[in-house]
Each structure stands twice: as structure tokens, then as C-alpha cells.
Design a protein around this ligand. Structure first.
Ligand SMILES: Cc1cc2nc3c(=O)[nH]c(=O)nc-3n(C[C@H](O)[C@H](O)[C@H](O)COP(=O)(O)OP(=O)(O)OC[C@H]3O[C@@H](n4cnc5c(N)ncnc54)[C@H](O)[C@@H]3O)c2cc1C
Length: 452
């Protein structure tokens, strides 16, 4: 059953979609907007792990709106004021808010958008397809979704579709067959692992954390404090933990108008290979961790006896269950010496092996024939608008993919509000003239093409 024609349908309701929804709500003209989210309520995955006093890596000014509209009701500062905590927060002098507070801010904003009646939770989108064609151009899209509770399939129609479905947990090949093993958790599910670890009757557990980014290191640090009788080891393939480049000149370069989408600008130093950027950790986390390791050295001497160990240059080549138990053994090769070794049986493994962003491709599978690329891949222009073949899609219609770049793009909140402004400008830029302007029609020349 098809309902009204929506001006904009947003797929997914994470922070990216929330920022866009606020921007659409703040436009002077009323719009018919729908947001489809598969979860039963709003939740931010960055806040799912209850890490001790963990703070945002980004500033309170890098919220959902401030850099786009500092006068908005949805700023972090206004949230503090509206919830009666502005004075107390000010006394803390914290530029980087505690994650628990930022999570509450996001929930607070989400509840205001919910009140507009724009959101349908529990709806998983399966794909979109072109619908009506006027003068040979697609001007409406059909979005197919499943009501998860009732199992009913539903369709909605829209002029413009924004895909904001985020990323999906990725496991590296030696561990991919352990996806549903009860001892192995991707870092995205650490909040599920933690109660299990803490309620385990064995006092001294062997736990491995795999990875070398902020997420891996924060989880490692947290386990070292809450499971202090256990042996916790961090394996990473790099020769050392590396520091995130937070120099303000780079941040300025990312925020300055450019022909590239925001995600790619931070990687410009990577000599064109955007995917080759090594995982990094914020300096404050590195300092804390180094101090922890040093205190251990002073107390315990022999490094191999330490309760928490950081093992660099290690590649996990194989994993199997330890005979007669559900514990997991790892084959580990030292990259610097080539020597292979077998690990102790691990009671738990937390794999911070990153995320992949391929969901938008699945959702757009039925649009392949109209995509403007030789190999059927999805490309966007600098306003995140999908490049379709010339003359195939009407100017007032289109699809935008806001979080599909297969790269570690740093902290999304550092450019979230700016990216929202870019998308917003592009969504309605052709409404006034009724024709595509030079920017889009000349996509190959004026606008950089970016493969997701
Ligand atoms: C532990 C952790 C800490 C972090 N800390 C920071 C930080 O301090 N600062 C910072 O800037 N960034 C941080 N990040 C990164 C930040 O969380 C993410 O970049 C941000 O969540 C991205 O938002 P998003 O809306 O693009 O994607 P997501 O948060 O992944 O949201 C996507 C939404 O789409 C929904 N969805 C997916 N597929 C479908 C479908 N087919 N149908 C319907 N709905 C669908 C999902 O359920 C989800 O709700 C952190 C991330 C993690 C994991």
C-alpha cells in the first residue's frame, strides 16, 4: 500500500540522520519528511559501551548543529540550559563532554524530532527503485521496507532519498567463522560482552583485544581497570600505537570549502590512497595508557608477567577453539621477526576490527543501470549527491549517500553539522529554476567525483 509522496525520506536514524532531520525541521517551509529506522528506538553506538568516565573525542561545539546554525534550539549548550545543567556544566570546564552526557543530548534531540511524527522505528529498508518517469527522467523513488515486528512489507514514495545507514561491524578473515561464537565479540558489541566478563565465576580470565584504534585502546584500558585480576592483552599489527593528528591546521583544512567531501579531505596526506591510513588513537588516551604500562613495570618488573600487555607487530593468522572448551586459541605471527606462536586459550576476544560501509550498495542494487559509473559502483559529487547518468534523473529528485565512504574518516562529529549544510543546499538547489544547474550537470569537470 503506497501513501503520500514524501519530499524527503531518510534511511537510518543515527547522528547523521538526526542532524539532517533537525536542519529540515528548521527550514522556513514545511516539508513532508519520513525517517525509517530498523531499531525500536534511537540509540547512538558510540555511547553503547559504558567505558569508565569516557569522554567525547570531539568538542562540545562539534554537536549536531552549532557549526551550521549556532542559534538553533538543538545546540549542546541549549540542551544544557533546557535541562537545567548549564551552570553546573560550566563549572566543569570540559570542552570534550562526557560520553554519557553527549548521549543524553542526542536522545534529547531525537525525542524532539520524534514529536514531529517523522520517524518510523522498527522498519528495515530493503532497497529503493525508480518509480515514476516524466520526460524520460526519474522523478520519484519507491522505498521498500519491512515492519520488523509485524513482518509486513511496506513501500513509501519520495522525491529525494538520503541514505544514512552508517557502518556495519567487520571481522577479519581468521575470525569471520567465529561471528556467532559466544566468546568472541566485535567491539560494537562490547556492552554485551562486559556483563558476561564481569559475572564470570573464574577470577583470572585471559582476554584479548584486537586492534590499534581508539575503540580498541579504550576497551583495553577499561578491561584493565574492571577485570584487574585477569590477563588482558592488546594485539595490533602496527609497530606502535599511533597518535591521531589533531593539529588545528589540518582541522581547518577539513572544514574549508573544497571540491572533496569532508571524509576525504582529512586523508589528503595519504598520497591518494585513502584506504591506507593507519588506525590512530587520541593523545590523551595514549598518555593514560603509557602511564598505566609504566606503573606496571615499576611494580612488576618482568614484562611477560604483566596483567595488561600491548603486543605490537602481531598478525592473527588463524583461530580455533581449544579442545574440550569454548575458549579460543590464536595463531599469532610476529611481523618483524616472522616467528609464529600459539596464544594461551582466551576466555574472551574483543575484535576492534573496524567497520565496513557497504549497506548503501545493497540498498541501491536495483539502480545500477542508471548509475553514472562503468563498473556499477556508487559515486557521489562533493554534495554527497549520487551521480546518475545524464538525463536519467530529474533535477528536483535524487539520492544522497552521507556516510558511505569505505575509509576511517576520523570523528564524524567534527564535520557533521557542516556536512548537513552541504547536503541541505544540494537537496533543494534545483527547485528554484526547475533545471539542473552547472554544478551538477558538469559533474565531471566542476565537481570532484568520489567513489564510496
Ligand atoms: C565506541 C565509539 C565511540 C565513538 N566516539 C566518537 C567521538 O567521540 N566523536 C566522534 O565524532 N565520533 C565518534 N564515534 C564515531 C561516531 O559514532 C559515528 O561516526 C556515528 O555514529 C556515525 O553516525 P551515523 O548516523 O553515520 O551512523 P550510525 O550511528 O551507524 O547510524 C546508522 C543508523 O542506520 C540504521 N540502519 C542501518 N541499516 C538500516 C536499514 N537497512 N534500514 C533501516 N535502518 C538502518 C542503524 O540501525 C543506525 O541506527 C564513535 C564511534 C564508536 C563506535
Amino acid at each position: 500500500m503506497v501513501e503520500v509522496l514524501f519530499d524527503v525520506v531518510i534511511l537510518g536514524f543515527g547522528p547523521a540522520a538526526l542532524s539532517l532531520a533537525i536542519a529540515l525541521h528548521e527550514l522556513p517551509r514545511p516539508l513532508n519528511v519520513l525517517i525509517l529506522e530498523r531499531k525500536p528506538c534511537f540509540s547512538w553506538r558510540g555511547g553503547a559501551s559504558p567505558l569508565n568516565g569516557s569522554r567525547m573525542r570531539t568538542s562540545l561545539l562539534q554537536d549536531l548543529v552549532t557549526q551550521r546554525n549556532p542559534l538553533s534550539d538543538f545546540t549542546f549548550i541549549n540542551y544544557l540550559w533546557a535541562t537545567g545543567s548549564l551552570v553546573d556544566y560550566t563549572n566543569l570546564s570540559l570542552v570534550n563532554p562526557p560520553k554519557s552526557v553527549f548521549c543524553h543530548y542526542l536522545q534529547w534531540c531525537a525525542s524532539k524530532i520524534e514529536a514531529l511524527g517523522w520517524i518510523r522505528y522498527g522498519h528495515e529498508v530493503s532497497g529503493l527503485e525508480p518509480l515514476s518517469v516524466a520526460n524520460g527522467e526519474i522523478n520519484t523513488w519507491r522505498i521498500n521496507a519491512k515492519d520488523i515486528k509485524g513482518g509486513t512489507l511496506r513501500s513509501v514514495e519520495a522525491r529525494r532519498v538520503i541514505i544514512a545507514v552508517g557502518s556495519q561491524a567487520k571481522l577479519s578473515p581468521p575470525l569471520s567463522s567465529f561471528r556467532s561464537h559466544r566468546r568472541l565479540f566485535h567491539s560494537a558489541r562490547f556492552h554485551e560482552a562486559l556483563p558476561d566478563i564481569q559475572s564470570n565465576e573464574a577470577r583470572s580470565l585471559n582476554i584479548a583485544v584486537l586492534g590499534g584504534d581508539d575503540e580498541a585502546v579504550e576497551i583495553f584500558e577499561h578491561l584493565c581497570s574492571v577485570a584487574s585480576d585477569s590477563k588482558v592483552v592488546l594485539y595490533l599489527d602496527d609497530t606502535a600505537l599511533r597518535q591521531t593528528d589533531t593539529n588545528p591546521f589540518l582541522s581547518s583544512a577539513v572544514q574549508t570549502p573544497n571540491r572533496l567531501p569532508y571524509e576525504l579531505r582529512r586523508c589528503l596526506g595519504a598520497q591518494g590512497d585513502f584506504r591506507a591510513v593507519a588506525p590512530t588513537v587520541h593523545s590523551s588516551v595514549l598518555s593514560r595508557l603509557y602511564l598505566l604500562q609504566y606503573s606496571q613495570l615499576v611494580k612488576q618488573g618482568n614484562r611477560t608477567e604483566h596483567n595488561s600487555r600491548i603486543c605490537t607487530s602481531k598478525e592473527i593468522t588463524h583461530a580455533r577453539t581449544s579442545e574440550g572448551t569454548s575458549r579460543i586459541l590464536l595463531d599469532v605471527t610476529d611481523i618483524s621477526t616472522g616467528v609464529a606462536e600459539k596464544s594461551v586459550p582466551f576466555d574472551y576476544i574483543i575484535a576492534a576490527s573496524g567497520y565496513e560501509r557497504t549497506e548503501h550498495q545493497r540498498l541501491m542494487a536495483r539502480l545500477q543501470s542508471v548509475l553514472d559509473s562503468l563498473d556499477g559502483s556508487v559515486t557521489v559529487d562533493s554534495s554527497y549527491r549520487v551521480n546518475f547518468k545524464r538525463g536519467k534523473v530529474a533535477a528536483q529528485s535524487g539520492v544522497w549517500v552521507v556516510d558511505g565512504f569505505e575509509i576511517e574518516s576520523g570523528d564524524a562529529f567534527s564535520f557533521l553539522a557542516l556536512r548537513t549544510e552541504t547536503v541541505l543546499q544540494s537537496l533543494f538547489e534545483n527547485d528554484k529554476t526547475g533545471t539542473q544547474d552547472g554544478k551538477h550537470t558538469e559533474a565531471g569537470t566542476l565537481v570532484e567525483r568520489a567513489t564510496l
